[in-house]
Ligand binder design. Structure first.
Ligand code: UDP
Length: 478
């Protein structure tokens, strides 16, 4: 291959569709707008039907390599998902080296892109002189926290939730210790060590592509930009919102869109906890009673309770159990017409884009939030794990696009039915709901502007990265 061959980007999503989808959406921009070709390296243990079908459906310019199987017999079956992920990525290093070497020979390899769990493979890219970038799929505020964490760790001797003062990150809303990342809540746990390790890796990349946009977090973005000249501070690029637009609805999905077609505009509260979120049996019941009592229309994606399935729904959505049997008796009959319950999965992007959808009760996963902004849907923030509490604080305190239900004062950690009913009514018809709707309408415009082909800030930032990669692409045949 000579220098006229298209520039090439190698992408390594860590195992799981939740990592593959955002990386492929970003890679599509490089391929379709900037003339790149791309190779995905995927894990054979996950080359199940969904992943293969997804990869096969990628447009031309994409190819993929399935990495050889990795022995995991020595990993205990009940090991944390994060532990499994990190072991797999570590063991993939020699294979990643082979693939990158071969791509350097056969293509104009311009960059290597990973997600947050792929850090262990970075030394290979460094060794081969391939520019290496991270796709960061949450906010600048979370990125800022991760970059500050080593210092915060040094300066703090107690658990973060016992800190008397909120944590102040430059350009961000004050954060109470208990709202910081879920794995930061117990500093003696392995998971906290993994987060610290990730913070070290983040500093090794040549650049970070962030799926956020400048107008969403202007001050946090500005503070990170300002710190770039410091040692160990990679350049950051705001390239979002990049959301998945393809249809993922099967038969069931079509059914709920048809149901929405029959509802008045802006009348339905969509209730969903992301790809893996689950509630306890008691919380499912309280939510159900509350939705019913609110008298508002709803579309609810229901999963089996967390106290009945191990490891949530992260890797295996479909269990043998029927989620509907955990609803209060007679609930489905009583709410028929006003509510629709969908087991396991709904075509979320299409639901949020539908005119009948007027509110979104969400677990505050970053993709869900971006999708909500893009479609101008105000939210009820119901965070569960990961960085979701930080996202919720940002939605409520900083952006004003979401309402937050209160958990009961009885120490149960539950949101009780009266509170659910009240917040649902307020969202759909109250003054606070109206304000959140107005605010999210402004964000919708800002989001569209950021990705506009004509001079959008995110579009320009991506073009700059693409140009830099092209200018520095290897010539192949080395
Ligand atoms: N999603 C969907 N249908 C569902 C649940 C989730 O299409 O029933 C999609 C949703 O549109 C989003 C992704 O799955 O793109 C979830 O990502 P997010 O970052 O919100 O949360 P996570 O699943 O990572 O916790």
């Amino acid at each position: 291959r000579g220098s006229r061959a298209p520039p090439h980007v190698a992408v390594m999503p860590s195992p799981g569709m939740g990592h593959l989808i955002p990386l492929s959406e970003v890679a599509k921009l490089f391929v379709q707008r900037h003339g790149f070709t791309a190779t995905f390296m995927v894990f054979s243990d996950f080359s199940d039907h969904a992943q293969t079908a997804f990869l096969d459906s990628l447009p031309s310019g994409f190819s993929y390599v399935v990495l050889p199987p990795l022995p995991l017999d020595d990993v205990p079956p009940d090991a944390h998902i994060e532990t499994r992920l990190s072991i797999m990525v570590k063991r993939s290093v020699p294979h990643v080296r082979d693939v990158l070497r071969s791509l350097r020979r056969t293509t104009r390899l311009a960059a290597y892109v990973i997600d947050l769990f792929g850090g262990e493979t970075l030394p290979v890219a460094k060794e081969l002189g391939v520019p290496h970038y991270l796709l960061f799929t949450t906010s600048f505020m979370v990125l800022s926290l991760l970059l500050h964490l080593p210092a915060l760790d040094q300066a703090t001797s107690c658990e973060y939730r016992d800190l008397p003062e909120p944590v102040m990150l430059p350009g961000c809303v004050p954060l109470r210790g208990e709202d910081l990342l879920h794995p930061m809540q117990d500093r003696t746990d392995d998971a906290y060590g993994s987060v610290l390790n990730i913070t070290r890796r983040i500093r090794e990349v040549d650049g970070i592509l962030v799926n956020s946009f400048v107008d969403l977090e202007p001050a946090a973005y500005a503070a990170l930009k300002e710190a770039e000249p410091e040692v160990g501070r990679p350049n950051v690029h705001a390239i979002g919102p990049v959301i998945h637009r393809g249809s993922r609805g099967g038969g069931k999905g079509k059914e709920c869109l048809r149901w929405l077609d029959e509802q008045p505009p802006g009348s339905v509260l969509f209730v969903s906890f992301g790809s893996g979120g689950t509630l306890s049996t008691e919380q499912i019941q309280e939510l159900a009673w509350g939705l019913e009592a609110s008298g508002r229309r709803f579309l609810w994606v229901v999963r089996c309770p967390s106290d009945r399935v191990a490891n949530g729904a992260f890797f295996r959505l479909q269990g043998p159990d029927d989620p509907l049997r955990y609803l209060p008796e007679g609930f489905l009959e009583r709410t028929r017409g006003a509510g629709l319950v969908v087991p396991l999965w709904a075509p979320q992007v299409e639901v949020l884009a539908h005119a009948a959808t007027g509110g979104f009760l969400t677990h505050c996963g970053w993709n869900s939030l971006l999708e909500s902004f893009v479609h101008g849907v105000p939210m009820i923030a119901w965070p569960l794990y990961a960085e979701q509490r930080m996202n919720a604080v940002m939605m409520v305190d900083s952006l004003g696009v979401a309402l937050r239900p209160k958990t009961a004062a009885d120490g149960s950690g539950l949101v009780r039915r009266d509170e659910v009913a009240e917040v649902a009514r307020e969202m759909m018809e109250g003054e606070a709901g109206r304000k959140a709707r107005e605010k999210v309408g402004e964000l919708k415009q800002a989001a569209a502007q950021a990705v506009a082909a004509e001079d959008g800030s995110s579009c320009n930032a991506l073009a700059k990265v693409a140009q830099y990669w092209k200018d520095n692409a290897s010539t192949g045949d080395v």
